[in-house]
Design a protein around this ligand. Sequence first.
Ligand SMILES: Nc1ncnc2c1ncn2[C@@H]1O[C@H](COP(=O)(O)OP(=O)(O)OP(=O)(O)O)[C@@H](O)[C@H]1O
Length: 636
Amino acid sequence: MALFHVARYAGPEAAGAEAEADGRARALLERLQCRARERQRQKQPQQQEAERAAEAAGRRRRRRRRPRRPRRREGCGAAGSPPEPRGKRRRLDGEDGGAGGAGSGEDASVDPGGSSPAEGSAPPARGLPPGALGRSRAAKAQPFLPLWLAEPSSVGKSVTEDLVPIEDIPEVHPDMQKKLQAHGISSYFPVQAAVIPTLLESIANGFLVARGGYRPSDLCVSAPTGSGKTLAFVIPVVQALLCRAVCQVRALVVLPTKELAQQVSKVFNIYTDATPLRVALITGQKSLVKEQESLVQKTVDGFRCLADVVVATPGRLVDHIDQTPGFSLQHLRFLIIDEADRMIDSMHQSWLPRVVEAAFPSDAANDPFALLQRRQLQATTAASISCPQMPLQKLLFSATLTQNPEKLQQLGLYQPRLFSTGLAGRGPRDTDGDGDGDSGGKYTFPTGLSHHYVPCSLRNKPLAILHLILERNFSRVLCFTNSRENSHRLFLLVQAFGGVAAAEFSSRCRPGQRKVVLKQFEQGKIQLLISTDAMARGIDVQGVQLVINYDAPQYLRTYVHRVGRTARAGRTGQAFTLLLKVQERRFLQMLAEAGVPKMARHDIPSELLQPLVPRYEEALSQLEQAVKEEQRQKVA
Ligand SMILES: Nc1ncnc2c1ncn2[C@@H]1O[C@H](COP(=O)(O)OP(=O)(O)OP(=O)(O)O)[C@@H](O)[C@H]1O
């Protein structure tokens, strides 16, 4: 038996038989079509009757709803306006484009009279061929933004204009106010003025039991780079913990990089100085044993906790949850996720479920002697609030916080509130499939930042960098590439060229080296720091005047964070992006859609580069040799 049917050309006798069979099939088909038409004719009067009844019912429903329907966004700032769920739901832009071609999804949902979209099923089809009867097109699911995302609490954008004097927020403890002033802070930036009182209100009755016994809302904060988000959580958390009696881990800050964690722990150290509160940094920069010594101490009857605030990177945190005896998160009150959108991208590491598991151990809920019960998220009922709950409040911060509800859902937020400087309700376009492809209009940039692009050829890119630095003589320039190889080669080239104090910063360097480089850059000993995106987020180096994107960033989010290393805390700064001809259109379009204010073109005439060429050619040949040497060493 053949496994495959082999089609052959038919002979004359086969052709006759085939014609006869063809005729029989045609006659059968005609008979069937005739019967179907007959059935259709019989059904039509009943269908028309049903349609008329359905339309009349729909009209009645719409008429009944109309008076209750709120006008969109009107009065959204009015205090005490009641929640209006239907009016505030918003369609997700760009999610339904072209799903069914012309006349599909979108057409089906739009009432030609301009009234509300048809709900439920589409009207029964008329005059369709047999077989299509009764196959009504399924109504397209319309995604909507949750109210808390659609209508965030607005935060002022400008850190130079929307300032709030320290005395205007009396809830902040006088000792904290003194400390702020001692560190040169006389006013709160807008994000601090919005978030600090809200957080302090949630601990008005002490941090162990939330106000009125209710669990406080989780907070999401989206504000520009350099707008002071760190102090927005450090101040209220430190103030909340000042009244603690026993040292336990009550605040945990999770950040994506070691350097960032170190920076945040430094800020905590400043504001916990001269208080009993202890801060531990666990990032893997020290050995596990050393870190364990900063977290717990063995006693005769168990373990003693040594840290009130733990600042950690996710991987190392999980190491300690697994391997440090006595390390407990059962008393955790604040979980702060800084650079939250980046941390959501790293959720595949499952660090959050491990933290939640450690904060809500299953045996703790059944402990009848526990003073404060701790249970996982559940519906608020009379029974659930009869025992005092110790809440765990999540606080999310980023300059590019995702407003994609699906992504945020992974964090299990409780009645969240959003504070944002961006445009409300723009989130769902952020369907960043690859984790970074946000779309625009919702991010705000520091007001003192000017954006430029420099058209140039591949060969002239290093020359353009050298020209920009030498011509303007900036003392601290941060230059970003898209890979560590690019960073390394550009560094070797600049070094070979001479005249610029340069260094590289990437995963090629050991953590210790990176720490030294960062310090030297802060001290002004390094004029040009060539880095991968390892430096793009959160790093706060005073006095960076210029950011150069040697390689154009692929995503808007990356651009926002890179250029945000300058023009911080109300200062001015410049960002230059080198663009090849092929990149120009897409890149400029991406930034225009993002609402980047004025992207100025900066041409570098070739006459200006010409004097640098002989030295540059020499440096290129040195680079070639250096790369060959490195490859030889790698093979050996
Ligand atoms: N109220 C204030 N007055 C003056 N300077 C401030 C104030 N608040 C914060 N700063 C300073 O502003 C700088 C930027 O703050 P911070 O690093 O918290 O910004 P950020 O919003 O977290 O930025 P990024 O999104 O890049 O991480 C810091 O040097 C900080 O000391």
